[in-house]
Design a protein around this ligand. Structure first.
Ligand SMILES: CN1CCN(c2ccc(C(=O)Nc3n[nH]c4c3C=[N+](C(=O)[C@H](O)c3ccccc3)C4)cc2)CC1
Length: 315
């Protein structure tokens, strides 16, 4: 069993529950296969059971590089470490042979970015969402981020595309669901800087894309951009602006404008997450307090949702 060093701790595969392949059956590709190799499946927890548990199954293509194998395994090890209602739960792995499977909690509502875009008000249907719905989504993600912060885990890719919903209907819960594998979905969100890994520049603070410095305050900055994504109902940040222009804009103090009708209390949280000095950015406990304040402010809650008009945006 290879050991893995991560965040100062040692992991081995034996710590993960082994799911017998014969107790698992894949039923359909999820999200029109948009998420690469992720399937819905049914898992017979105990052989004699009549009931089968719906699950999501991530598969590793048979022809994968050793690096991909390791990334896949590391993702399972990382997720196996977490136990929080706002982080997608790992059920187990099938690593005995190819194709390798990671078996995860099924979230049937799809990703947060798609959900927001689908929820934009249309003339035939005013938005199904209100400000409270949006703020509750933000609270869920902040709770997941606070848990990661407490566990000294730096996510590095907090964004609406990497969050999933249990359902689209009220009572929905948002969970952080991607630890490095979902990025092929929104490739345009990533930028190849100097031939190195693809970087989500529009979600990164200056110290990260300039000096490769990642701390929990990196995730705070990204969370501020996620707030903007939610309040804009799923727009691409810095609409129409190329990544390298975003870098120079942000370095010289430029920031995202408030989305239309964004309550000032919420915009104030975003801008606090985008402080140039990492230590000056709030921690997630503070962010949650500020969000609680927004949820108790009648004027904020009464703000109607209005999508951005004018600029068409990509992605
Ligand atoms: C009409 N709509 C069409 C779209 N539809 C969907 C679309 C996608 C999903 C889906 O992927 N659900 C997942 N549940 N658990 C995991 C999932 C993905 N995981 C992963 O680990 C993926 O890598 C991942 C991670 C973060 C974000 C996306 C994908 C773990 C569910 C419903 C609902 C009905």
């Amino acid at each position: 069993n290879p050991n893995y060093e991560f965040a100062g701790e040692r992991y081995t595969l034996k710590d993960l529950r082994d799911v017998p392949r014969e107790h698992l059956r894949l039923t359909r590709a999820l999200g029109q296969g948009a998420f690469g190799e992720v399937y819905e499946g049914l898992y017979k927890m105990r052989p004699g059971d009549a009931v089968e548990m719906p699950v999501a199954v991530k598969t590793l293509p048979e022809l994968s590089t050793l690096q991909a194998e390791n990334d896949f395994m590391l993702e399972a090890l990382i997720m196996g470490k977490f136990n929080h209602p706002n982080i997608v739960h790992l059920i187990g792995v099938c690593f005995d042979k190819h194709p390798r499977y990671i078996v995860l909690e099924l979230l049937s509502g799809g990703d947060l970015k798609t959900f927001l875009r689908e929820s934009r008000p249309r003339n035939d249907r005013p938005s199904a969402l209100n400000m409270k719905d949006l703020l509750m989504c933000c609270v869920d993600v902040a709770k997941g981020c606070k848990y990661l912060e407490e566990n000294r885990f730096i996510h590095r890719d907090i964004a609406a595309r990497n969050c999933l919903l249990t359902a689209k209907t009220p009572g929905r819960i948002v969970k952080i669901a991607d630890f490095g594998m979902a990025r092929e979905v929104y490739m345009s969100d990533y930028y190849r800087k100097g031939g190195k890994a693809m970087l989500p520049i529009k979600w990164m603070p200056p110290e990260a894309f300039l000096d490769g410095i990642f701390t929990t305050k990196t995730d705070v900055w990204s969370y501020g951009v996620l707030l903007w994504e939610v309040m804009s109902l799923g727009y691409m940040p810095y609409t129409g602006c190329a990544n390298r222009n975003v870098m120079s804009l942000v370095v010289s103090g430029g920031r995202l404008e408030p989305p239309p009708n964004c309550p000032s209390l919420v915009y104030a949280i975003m801008t606090s997450c985008w402080h140039p000095e990492p230590p000056q950015r709030p921690d997630f406990a503070t962010i949650l307090e500020k969000l609680a304040g927004c949820l108790q402010d009648p004027e904020t809650l009464a703000t109607p949702l209005k999508p951005m008009i004018g600029l068409t945006e990509s992605g």
